[in-house]
Ligand binder design. Sequence first.
Ligand code: ADP
Ligand code: MG
Length: 331
Amino acid sequence: MVEVKNLTKRYGTKTAIEQISFTVEPGKIYGLLGPNGAGKSTTMNIMTGYLAASEGEVKIDGHDIFRDSIAAKKNIGYLPEIPPLYMDMTVEEYLKFVAELKGIPKKQRIDEVIDVLEKTQTTTVCQKLIRNLSKGYRQRVGLAQALLGNPKVIILDEPTVGLDPKQITEVRELIRSLKEDHAVILSSHILSEISEVCDHVFIISQGHLVLSDTTANLPLHLKESQRICITGCGDLEAAKCALQSLNEVSSVTGEVLEGDEVSLEVVAATKEDIRAQVSKTLGTLGFAILEMKEVGQSLEDVFLEMTADTYASDADDEMDEEEDAADASDM
Ligand code: ADP
Ligand code: MG
């Protein structure tokens, strides 16, 4: 349905994305996951024909987005990062206008508008001015315009950014309902969103596709390792130092809780159980273990591992992330 091959985009000397390739099949939801600045919007803007690529090709249902753009674009519904809404139109006026732009024949326009209003549950607000809608409803109207013309491929750039938790749940449910009739590609910098909604994940980091697999397979990409949490009584620094010196241990963190009670987290780069060794090591220090348990690694760990370079090197992008979080809590 969608074929992206060796896509590269340079802005002047800066390479935003490099040699990105993937394919998308109907009936599934795909997630483009990556930190801010990873290249998600750039990829989507090229896929939808809004931006020219420096290299590579995109085919939508067999049509080249650059050479055969009219046919290709007919198969795409796009909700960009900033939805292209006209604040002074009512929802209905706006959707009729978009239907006309998309070349839907006059006789069918009303029926199609009614259909997308129902699908996005916006029928009740169809006579309201878009400027008077909440952000959640505006996003639904943005989705409605993407659905007009019943395109085979729906592309949604960060569709839940800036929504409150209830709106997020509703929009996610709406997106899930789309996969029966469409191939859906959405982007997000939130792992839980992708793992909840998507069947397949593409992780992008610094313009590179670093992982492509089913959501169910994500945990398999963890490096062999185990994590052990310990609470006990004893000297924190001495315990950290002793554990760190064990061969298998890759990191030890810890904090003082109350009195002489401390907590420790030990990460080891082996699947072999190291609890006995940890216990003996702490015993020689006179450190009393109150509790020790192995905790599984999470999907977050996969994401952090795959995008580690980005988080290590790009302080600016982390600022963006905080702004986004602030936006979300404002609502
Ligand atoms: P994402 O959507 O994953 O946050 P983008 O695709 O927006 O990432 O951006 C990818 C990289 O390209 C970023 O480093 C960004 O600063 C850069 N970039 C995006 N648009 C432009 C532009 N018009 N001019 C120069 N650099 C840009
Ligand atoms: Mg973006």
